[in-house]
Every structure is written in structure tokens, then in C-alpha cells.
Design a binder for this molecule. Structure first.
Ligand code: ADP
Ligand code: MG
Length: 417
């Protein structure tokens, strides 16, 4: 059996997990099926997935991991500090590195992308509504907080607009504001959350949500008004070729710029204009019950990129080297399309797109077959059943099994085998 064969080089891929179990099981099962990979060095490699446990660690400990996929450190600080240690001391490759989290709030990403000339809607950061719990607040605020006219600030942006946390996620605290009454109500409710006011992109044609893993991006049609299981519509033709390419470029650019390797990006497309609104997510949703049809793609991309990184010994590169991007941004002789093309080159460079594609073709040529065999197996069907059972109340099991089963069947048919 393939699994029993001895590899010249063994790699350990750690998964730092919170509550999810669906994609980790998929990833573990698929990695086992991948078995031995012959690398460009002529040696056989095997990557083994392990789940990282949380326990005391000595700062001088040597981790056994070559790469860690992190889904936890954005809120759980003990493993976050462990990630920092293994990044600083042991060169472990991270998806994503906690050193990039500081700009995982939307605000920094808006600023950087504005500087790069992307079409970010007009955005204003307003001061906290409520006093902060800090003994120095009263004195500082009395001295330095200038009274401001919220209504005038909003009027300058224009209605409708959005009020949303500067560091938000999962729609928490997001509201659409149509008038001054809603404006005050939302601001009063914001309390100690720091809020952006942002012009609304009205009447957009498509909400494109893209999921990126390393240099791979899937652009999906998103319907934000639908319940979770129905938000991604299966549609392969909803963007013009140029808008589709622009969304891919923007996604890859944002990720390369901030060194994010596993991220989702939201853009609103109106006519030929692509407006990014949300593109900083340390832990993007990859649940089987959200991605459904696109889940096999996500697992394939995650396997490809992680195996590429460990087998080729790709080094983490945390120095963001923003000046190379800003040099393009600040070159006034370049138009928008030329800038995007220049950024795309930098981003492709960062993700080693050519070397990666060659690697996938040469060393992982059988991966599509492996994923196909697995998705059509009983093992996958039981994962789907168990995921649905864990996620929905009993009376909905049948409905959702049929729903997701049907979408997976559509994926299987579309593989044209
Ligand atoms: N500028 C905007 N124009 C139009 N719709 C927006 C805008 N900003 C936010 N929205 C809507 O609000 C939702 C949540 O806002 P978003 O910035 O994505 O925050 P979160 O990080 O919580 O997902 C978006 O998915 C979109 O439907
Ligand atoms: Mg969003």
C-alpha cells in the first residue's frame, strides 16, 4: 500500500483548530490519499496532518511542524503566542501568520488599498461613542476630543451609507443607514466599538466573494441576503472576463501585500467597476455547508499549496516590502489597469505562481483524481451526513442532506468523467 511506503522526507502539517471538524477531516483524509510525492529534489516526501494541542511550551522547544494552518489564534492567545514563537525561532510556515493580524482589521486594509488606487468607497472613521474604560480617558477626551457633527459627516458621504466596525467580521454591528434617525440610533448603539461610515455601493450587479489559498482563487457569486447554506450560488458565468480577472488580481494583491495566504475578499461589481469592500479575514469560512459545490475545490487548493510549501521548502517571508507596491501606486504616469498589472506581477512573484503551477503539474498531477475518488466515496458521504447532523436540528436533516448532496452531485457531474 502507498501509505506503508517509506518516504525519504517526512513533513508535519499542524492544524490549529477551533470548533470545525468537516474540512479538517477532509484534509486529513485527502492528504493520506496523496501519500508519497516525489519532489523537484528527486526525493519522496510525505506530509502528515496532525492537530495541534494546547499545552505549556518552553520557548526553546523545537516544534515538529513544517507548516501550520491556523484557525484559532485570532481569538485564542496562548496558541497565538506559540505561533509567534515558531515563526520567529523556527521558521515554520504559517497560514496565516499572526504578525499580519494587526492589519487584519479592515481599516488598515482599506488604507493600503486606497493608496494602491483601488476603488474603495468613501470611508470615514469616527471616534468612539462611549467613554473608554480607562482612568485617563476623561482628562484626555476633555483636552483633545473635538466635538464633531455626526450628521454633517454622514451628509458629506451621502445616504444610504453603512456603519460598520473598523475591525469587523461576520456582519456583527453592521447596519445600513438611510437617514439621520438611523444614523443616531446606530451610533448610539455602537458604544465602545470603533466605527467606519462608508458610502454604499448601490445597485451593484454582482456581489463577488473570492476565497484564496496561496495563489489559488475561486471567485463565487454571493447572495448576502440568503441564509448561510444558500449564499454561494453555483454560477460559472456571472462576471465578464475582465471583471473576473480584476477580482482575482485584487484578491491576490491584497494577500501578497499583507502576506495572507488563506483569506476571503468581497467585491461589489457595478458595470465595469470593481469595488472591494471587505478583504481581511484571518479565518475564512470553508465549511462544507457553506461552500458545498466549491468545497472540493477548496480542499484541492489547500492540499496543493500546503504540499507545495513543505515539499519545496518554501520559506516564510514576513517582510512586507510595501515600498515596491507604493512605488507603483505613486507613479502618476500609470493608469489603473497598468497599476493592477504591475501589482499582479509582484503578487505572482510573491506566490511563486510559475514554480507553483509547474510543481502541481509535475508532482501533484494525480490530485484531481484523488479528490474525485474521495468525493465520490462512501467516506465523503458519511462526512457530509455527520456534518449535517451536527449542524442542523433533526427535522431539517433530510432537507439539508438532499440539498448538499444535490450540490455535490452537480460538482461530480461537472467533472465530466
Ligand atoms: N460600502 C458598501 N456598499 C454596499 N454594501 C455594503 C457596503 N459595506 C458593507 N455592505 C454590506 O454589508 C455586509 C457586511 O459588511 P462587511 O464590510 O462585509 O463586514 P463583515 O466583515 O462583517 O462581513 C456586506 O456583505 C454587504 O452586504
Ligand atoms: Mg463581509
Amino acid at each position: 500500500m502507498k501509505e506503508a511506503a517509506v518516504a525519504d522526507v517526512e513533513h508535519t502539517i499542524g492544524m490549529l483548530l477551533g470548533t470545525e471538524d468537516d474540512w479538517p477531516r477532509a484534509y486529513e483524509a485527502l492528504l493520506r490519499r496523496v501519500g508519497l510525492v516525489t519532489g523537484p529534489d528527486g526525493k519522496t516526501h510525505r506530509a502528515n496532518a496532525v492537530r495541534v494541542t494546547i499545552e505549556p511550551f518552553n520557548l526553546r522547544d523545537k516544534p515538529r511542524h513544517d507548516l501550520v494552518i491556523d484557525r484559532l489564534a485570532y481569538w485564542y492567545y496562548h496558541p497565538r503566542e506559540w505561533l509567534k514563537k515558531i515563526a520567529l525561532m523556527d521558521d515554520v510556515y504559517l497560514l496565516n501568520s499572526p504578525f499580519t493580524f494587526q492589519s487584519m482589521e479592515k481599516h488598515a486594509a482599506y488604507c493600503a488599498m486606497l493608496r494602491l488606487g483601488l476603488k474603495i468607497p468613501e470611508t470615514v472613521l469616527v471616534p468612539f461613542k462611549n467613554p473608554l474604560e480607562n482612568s485617563r480617558w476623561a482628562y484626555t477626551a476633555a483636552r483633545y476630543n473635538r466635538p464633531f457633527d455626526l450628521e454633517a459627516t454622514a451628509a458629506a458621504i451621502g445616504y444610504p451609507l453603512w456603519m460598520k466596525p473598523y475591525d469587523g467580521g461576520a456582519w456583527v454591528g453592521v447596519s445600513k443607514i438611510r437617514n439621520e434617525i438611523e444614523l443616531h440610533a446606530a451610533y448610539d448603539a455602537s458604544g465602545e466599538r470603533l466605527m467606519h461610515l462608508q458610502a454604499s455601493i448601490e445597485g451593484y450587479d454582482v456581489f463577488a466573494r473570492s476565497l484564496s489559498i496561496g495563489p489559488e482563487t475561486m471567485v463565487m457569486k454571493f447572495r448576502p441576503d440568503q441564509p448561510m447554506h444558500a449564499r454561494y450560488e453555483v454560477d460559472h458565468n456571472f462576471l465578464s472576463a475582465s471583471a473576473g480577472d480584476e477580482v482575482v488580481t485584487i484578491s491576490r494583491l491584497v494577500n501578497a501585500f499583507f502576506r495572507w495566504e488563506f483569506n476571503s475578499c468581497e467585491t461589489l461589481v457595478r458595470g465595469d467597476e470593481v469595488h472591494p469592500i471587505d478583504y481581511a479575514n484571518a479565518c475564512p469560512d470553508v465549511a462544507l455547508t457553506s461552500l458545498h459545490y466549491y468545497f472540493p475545490w477548496a480542499m484541492t487548493a489547500l492540499l496543493r499549496w500546503t504540499v507545495f510549501c513543505v515539499v519545496t521548502g518554501r520559506k516564510p517571508r514576513l517582510d512586507t516590502d510595501t515600498s515596491r507596491y507604493f512605488a507603483i501606486a505613486d507613479d502618476h504616469s500609470l493608469g489603473y489597469a497598468e497599476k493592477l498589472a504591475a501589482y499582479r506581477k509582484l503578487a505572482d512573484d510573491y506566490f511563486e505562481v510559475d514554480r507553483y503551477q509547474e510543481f502541481c503539474a509535475k508532482h501533484l498531477g494525480n490530485l484531481d483524481d484523488i479528490v474525485y475518488d474521495w468525493v465520490t466515496s462512501e467516506e465523503f458521504r458519511s462526512l457530509l451526513r455527520e456534518t449535517v447532523r451536527a449542524m442542523y436540528p433533526v427535522h431539517e436533516h433530510e432537507k439539508f442532506l438532499a440539498h448538499f448532496g444535490g450540490l455535490i452531485d452537480a460538482w461530480i457531474r461537472d467533472q465530466d468523467r
